[in-house]
Design a protein around this ligand. Structure first.
Ligand SMILES: Cc1ncc(COP(=O)(O)O)c(C=O)c1O
Ligand SMILES: N[C@@H](CCCC[NH3+])C(=O)O
Length: 430
């Protein structure tokens, strides 16, 4: 193990998950007991950890007029949205469904919603206009026309930004990089000025901001600074053209460390904020940020029980009751999640593939992973599963979605019950 990794395999770093003797806890609550009470697979989140991440961001951007618009897609569970709304967060949504979630979790927070997405539908735009959201982040010229038409039809004015594509490279997985000219997202920044001029003449539209989002799980600060710098220049040009641009939406994408590399979220976020603050100094804008993963990923884990262990030739397989339908990140992005036992038993280490029961060879959580030897019946946690875990889950293989539990003030409560077979089949017609 080198210096950049934490010094003990049982030290889980800045996560709310920690060993108390041999047993893993989340914010002081025993996880074996939760797994036994609620069953597995089970998502467990720490409210304290979510709050502390939001506070880190709020402190880092103190002194700047700003709103954190949490990216609902990262984890859209109502109880978590409610908690974030209570902290003053706004929300970044990408669908009418996500708008309804915000409405149910915290109706007042709808005035702090920004609506992103490359293919908004008329009904979704209508719902957002009726809800009086803060801003539409428009991603195509066709959408400029559609938004104007819908706003006019409803007798409303839509505050809008163009989501510009700044053509900035950021190191991340290619599936979650969004800010280069070959990507489907946003409008080429070079064309933005002409489109704003056109939008300003259309009825029902009020060009009020510029937005950018270059991708997800970006750990380097430089690409954020570079993209915001390009946006600043555009804002100055638009103001020279007579537009009252007051919002700069710098998007989300701020990354975490999934492995064992030392990670100080406070230090990282301070550097990120400093870089953005420097670029926007003196511009006089309300800064919007759309963090998802940074707030919610490390607050959550997926608990699962080992169903069986088997040897196929040279390969050892640990088969868990959670699968790719519960957490697709390893299958989709070859993403790394730490996998740790809920109870340390002092067994020798063993290398195995940790896999789910779904009928796909891509249904794995880890390949050739060394852990304390696992046996049928053991419980393990997949860490950093709070973001893009439950929200990306599916019913593949007609498997019901996992239950979710929120831990707060030393107590756990169910925030979503396990989906039943009956519920999965409810909408179908013979
Ligand atoms: C427009 C937009 N905003 C915010 C986010 C949130 O990203 P992250 O969870 O990486 O902060 C995303 C996802 O990449 C996004 O597409
Ligand atoms: N689903 C991705 C992030 C996608 C970001 C969406 N804009 C992940 O798990 O890393």
């Amino acid at each position: 193990m080198n210096e950049s990794t934490t010094n003990s395999m049982n030290d889980l770093g800045p996560r709310p998950f920690a060993y108390n003797g041999p047993r893993l806890e989340v914010s002081g609550v025993d996880l074996v007991s939760l797994a036994e009470q609620y069953g597995t697979p089970l998502y467990v989140y720490s409210a304290d950890n979510v709050r502390s991440r939001v506070e880190l961001l709020q402190r880092a951007f103190a002194g700047v007029d700003h709103t954190l618009c949490y990216a609902v897609k990262a984890n859209s569970s109502l109880a978590l949205l409610k908690l974030l709304g209570e902290m003053g967060c706004g929300f970044d949504i990408v669908s009418g469904g996500e708008l309804e979630r915000v409405h149910r979790a915290d109706a007042e927070a709808q005035s702090r919603v920004v609506f992103s997405g490359v293919g908004k539908l008329a009904w979704e735009i209508d719902a957002a206009l009726e809800a009086g959201i803060l801003m539409f982040n428009v991603e195509s010229e066709a959408e400029v026309e559609l938004l104007s038409a819908r706003a006019q039809a409803l007798g409303r004015t839509a505050r809008m930004a163009l989501r510009v594509n700044p053509d900035v490279f950021a190191e991340t997985h290619p599936y979650i990089s969004t800010g280069m000219s070959e990507h489907k997202f946003g409008i080429a920044i070079a064309r933005a000025r002409a489109i704003y001029a056109h939008a300003a003449k259309l009825p029902g539209l009020e060009p009020a901001g510029v937005s950018v989002h270059i991708g997800s799980q970006i750990r380097d600060v430089a690409p954020f600074a570079e993209s915001v710098k390009r946006v600043r220049q555009l804002i100055e040009e638009l103001r020279a053209d007579g537009l009252n641009i007051r919002y700069l939406d710098a998007g989300g994408g701020f990354g975490i460390e999934y492995g064992r590399k030392a990670f100080d979220p406070a230090e990282r976020v301070t550097a990120y904020a400093a870089a953005i603050k420097e670029v926007i100094a003196g511009l006089g804008v309300h800064l919007l940020l759309e963090p998802g993963r940074f707030i919610i990923a490390q607050a959550g884990a997926l608990l699962t029980r080992v169903i069986a262990v088997k040897q196929n030739g040279a390969k050892r397989f640990v088969i868990t009751d959670a699968a790719m339908n519960d957490l697709i990140r390893p299958a989709l992005y070859q993403a790394h999640h730490e996998i740790v036992p809920l109870e340390l038993r002092g067994r020798a280490a063993q290398v195995a593939d940790i896999v789910g029961p779904v009928c796909e060879s891509g249904d794995f959580f880890a390949r050739d992973r060394e852990t304390e030897a696992l046996e049928a019946g053991d419980l393990v946690a997949l860490l950093d599963a709070g973001a893009y875990g439950m929200s990306l889950s599916s019913n593949y293989n007609t498997r019901g979605r996992a239950a979710e539990v929120l831990v707060e003030g030393g107590k756990a409560r169910l925030i979503r019950r396990r989906e039943t077979v009956e519920e999965m089949l409810a909408g179908e017609v013979l």
